[in-house]
Design a protein around this ligand. Structure first.
Ligand SMILES: CC(C)(COP(=O)(O)OP(=O)(O)OC[C@H]1O[C@@H](n2cnc3c(N)ncnc32)[C@H](O)[C@@H]1OP(=O)(O)O)[C@@H](O)C(=O)NCCC(=O)NCCS
Length: 185
């Protein structure tokens, strides 16, 4: 059996249609939203949580690649993120909640979204992607990093184990989402 996936910067690999298709598949398989009112709604959702990061912030993205360089090579998971304070960056103004926690995003401006293919969960691969991103963000001078997730979601334990703690909460789409922050200084 092949070993654990290797973590690589997204831009270190030749951009291939196949890799993009695998990332998209992992994105939709991992998302809580599974049905969409229209193709446009599906595209907007994809762009909001994945597409725009690969378009604008590809240099901050990482891949976990299983069996690299072999015929069995596959994408086990990905992490996309940004280092810019999202309360100040116009491209994130569609998510109004950032403004309401602007004092916190100033402290934890970097943000990330990490997802793994189902077969690769629970083996530390997500943690390795988060560590790669945090090291990268720290080296670039970011003072902290945050994620938002649903209160009580299973992944909260994952982030706590990765050094994040509960720093705030906002109401969004009729439920509460928690802001988890990790200092990088
Ligand atoms: C969350 C996720 C990135 C964690 O990566 P991982 O490599 O599986 O995590 P690790 O092996 O380092 O740590 C295990 C912890 O991850 C979390 N986790 C594992 N499988 C999970 C799943 N299917 N859904 C959500 N969280 C999961 C749990 O907190 C788990 O700890 P537990 O077993 O005590 O509950 C990965 O499981 C995943 O992609 N899950 C589904 C999508 C998701 O929730 N993405 C985050 C969006 S904010």
């Amino acid at each position: 059996m092949a070993g654990l996936p290797v973590i690589e910067p997204y831009l270190a690999r030749p951009r291939s249609v196949q890799a993009r298709a695998e990332i998209d598949r992992i994105f939709f398989e991992s998302s809580a939203t599974t049905t969409f009112a229209s193709d446009d709604a599906r595209e907007t959702f994809h762009d909001r949580w994945l597409g725009r990061y690969l378009a604008h912030d590809a240099r901050h993205a990482f891949l976990a690649v299983a069996a690299p360089g072999t015929a069995e090579e596959t994408i086990a998971g990905y992490l996309v993120g940004s280092l810019d304070d999202p309360a100040q960056a116009a491209r994130f103004y569609d998510l109004g909640y950032f403004k309401s926690v602007a004092a916190l995003t100033a402290q934890y401006p970097a943000q990330l979204h990490v997802n793994l293919a189902e077969a690769w969960r629970g083996q530390g691969v997500g943690g390795a992607l988060v560590e790669a991103f945090c090291a990268h963000a720290r080296a670039a001078g970011a003072p902290g990093v945050h994620v938002f997730t649903g209160r009580g979601m299973r992944n909260v334990r994952f982030y706590e184990a990765a050094g994040f703690r509960d720093v705030g909460a906002v109401a969004w789409n009729g439920s509460e989402i928690v802001m988890l922050g990790r200092s990088l200084s």
